[in-house]
Design a binder for this molecule. Structure first.
Ligand code: C5P
Length: 217
């Protein structure tokens, strides 16, 4: 079984994908990682984002071990990594170079320990539209920018990261804008996706509702 979860930043896709992968014994592919890996390599090598050829080169050479190594870097998950990811993700050549790696995972899904899984949960922006157009269940998880900023701000506070709510909201809106307006694979629900606005629900409630959908599949 392949489940795709697309939606904007901080909508709760990762939490949901993790829970679904545990509940149904599916491997998990957080596809934002491939773009974060390319973006971070641009930042670490001091390459300006205008250097499209270099970004495409990093994307063509990316493999799982390199991505997992880059994931250890402090900026991989930070806003620096998030912004860099969304900038390189708008480059068509970067997207096409990273597509095969993402699609191959569905053919041979494995858990982090290398054990074979019976399927996979993908999370990202285009996993239901481009990466796995034949997925069994497609979800589009969203929430208002204000609710997402509030959730992210709380997460920052709990980690001791000093950022105001206004700064977080601005960054979320900026990232939404870039993801929705890019020409190549813009963020939008697949035609056959189930759209779920989680603004009024907590993570447990979201999981419960989504499990009802998956169980009926
Ligand atoms: O989900 P995450 O915040 O890690 O994604 C980082 C960035 O990578 C997103 O803002 C988006 O620009 C890009 N991305 C994408 N397609 C995906 C996953 C992520 O364009 N499938």
């Amino acid at each position: 079984m392949i489940i795709t979860i697309d939606g904007p930043a901080s909508a709760g896709k990762g939490t949901l994908a993790n829970s679904l992968s545990k509940k149904y014994g599916l491997a998990y592919f957080d596809t934002g990682m491939v773009y974060r890996a390319v973006g971070l390599q641009m930042v670490l090598s001091g390459t300006p984002f205008e250097d499209v050829a270099k970004a495409e080169d990093f994307a063509q050479k990316l493999d799982f071990p390199t991505m997992m190594e880059l994931a250890q870097h402090k900026d991989f998950r930070s806003d620096v990594g998030g912004k860099a990811a969304s900038v390189v993700a708008a480059i068509p050549g970067v997207r096409s170079a990273l597509l095969k790696m993402q699609q191959d995972f569905a053919k041979n899904p494995v858990f982090a320990n290398g054990q074979k899984a019976n399927g996979a949960v993908y999370d990202g922006r285009d996993t239901g539209t481009v990466v796995c157009p034949n997925a069994d269940v497609k979800l589009f998880i969203t929430a208002s920018p204000e609710v997402r900023a509030e959730r992210r701000h709380k997460e920052f506070l709990s980690k001791g990261i000093d950022k105001t709510y206004a700064e977080v909201l601005e960054q979320i809106k900026e990232r939404d804008d870039r993801d929705e307006k890019r020409a190549s694979a813009p963020l939008k629900p697949a035609e056959d996706a189930i759209i779920f606005d989680t603004s009024e629900y907590n993570a447990e409630q979201v999981l419960e509702k989504v499990c009802q959908i998956v169980d009926s599949y």
